[in-house]
Write a protein that binds this ligand. Structure first.
Ligand code: XMP
Length: 323
């Protein structure tokens, strides 16, 4: 019979068989899939696995700590954290166009990740021959089914490495759907905050600031987002709501009155959506009282924000994210 325990046992055996006594690398994104894939591989091959987490500074409040502390505590994984916050901020300076932001974030991410891979390759120990990926069954079907390899090209400033290194992929979640991945994660003892995490885009808060991305704006948005997430969870809405982007309209100002006087601050948009697969979505008719609580708290606790608005657009025509 098909139980979570069986899946775990089977995958551990398969991973051991595939990797042998070589080493593997796994990139952690903070998301469910890479976390569960890494935890499975860790269970199978222990210290032969090294995980890499690129801290691009675009995560929500507490998420980097979740990876660095909670995930490591739960799995005992060997983790290499690359603090690339400055690098991403510099690369994003002066850029407001959504597609350009996405391209810059994607490009910088690959560069930083590859550099980390090269450093791991240079460490003493058995050959690094495998790259772990959290590919799920729906991804396999969408992409036509083949297993693969991944190339990294060594950069010219790193000496002593072959020109082109090929990794074989380890994809222990290839037969699973999302809900099964969550069950496996639970079975492996991962914290709920990681296993039950709602979808969050790779480019992170970088595409939830309409306008240029700056450190100040990221900090402000992180606070507003943390308040919204806290209140949605406290109200028991995490299952009904697929995800709720919180967006800072950094290029918009409006007049308000706060404390002793007139303000000229930025709006925050709440975008709660209900969906099955993110291809289409409806805006969630969430309780007014919860909206009121979020609005009051954000405008009281986050300086610079003097207005909270609700996005009541379905997808289509609106996408879930604003950029
Ligand atoms: P849209 O905005 O296109 O989003 O309706 C659909 C779903 O995809 C997520 N999303 C991303 N996920 N990298 C990701 O891993 C991305 O670049 C990205 N852009 C959007 C979005 O949060 C929603 O769940």
């Amino acid at each position: 019979t098909w139980t979570t325990g069986n899946i775990v046992e089977e995958q551990i055996a398969a991973i051991r068989e595939q990797v042998g006594d070589k080493r593997a690398i796994c990139g952690l994104s903070g998301g469910v899939d890479s976390a569960v894939a890494a935890a499975l591989v860790q269970k199978a091959i222990g210290s032969q696995l090294t995980c890499v987490y690129v801290d691009h500074g675009l995560m929500r409040k507490g998420e980097t700590e979740q990876v660095e502390k909670d995930f490591v505590a739960a799995t005992g994984v060997q983790l290499k954290v690359v603090d690339a916050q400055e690098r991403f901020l510099n690369a994003l300076a002066g850029v407001s166009d959504p597609e350009t932001k996405r391209k810059i974030i994607g490009r910088e991410f690959i560069r930083v990740f590859e550099q980390a891979q090269l450093e791991i390759l240079q460490e003493d120990g058995p050959a690094v021959a495998f790259l772990v990926q959290g590919t799920l069954y729906p991804d396999v079907v969408e992409s036509g089914g083949g297993t693969g390899t991944a190339n990294i090209k060594s950069h010219h400033n790193v000496g002593g490495l072959p020109d082109d290194i090929e990794f074989e992929l380890v994809e222990p979640l290839r037969q699973l759907f999302k809900d099964e991945v969550r069950m496996v994660g639970q079975e492996l003892g991962l914290p709920d905050e990681i296993v039950q995490r709602q979808p969050f885009p790779g480019p992170g808060l970088g595409i939830r600031i309409v306008g240029e991305v700056t450190k100040e704006r990221l900090d402000l948005l992180r606070e507003a987002d943390a308040i919204a997430r806290h209140e949605l969870t406290a109200a028991g809405l995490d299952r009904e709501i697929w995800q709720c982007p919180v967006v800072l309209l950094a290029d918009v100002r409006s007049v308000g009155v706060q404390g002793d006087g007139r303000t000229y601050g930025h709006p925050i948009v709440l975008r709660p959506v209900s969906s099955e697969d993110a291809m289409t979505a409806d805006w969630t008719r969430m309780p007014y009282e919860v909206l009121a609580r979020i609005s009051t708290r954000i405008t009281n606790e986050v300086p610079e924000v003097n207005r909270v608005v609700l996005d009541c657009t379905s997808k289509p025509p609106g996408t879930i994210e604003w950029e």
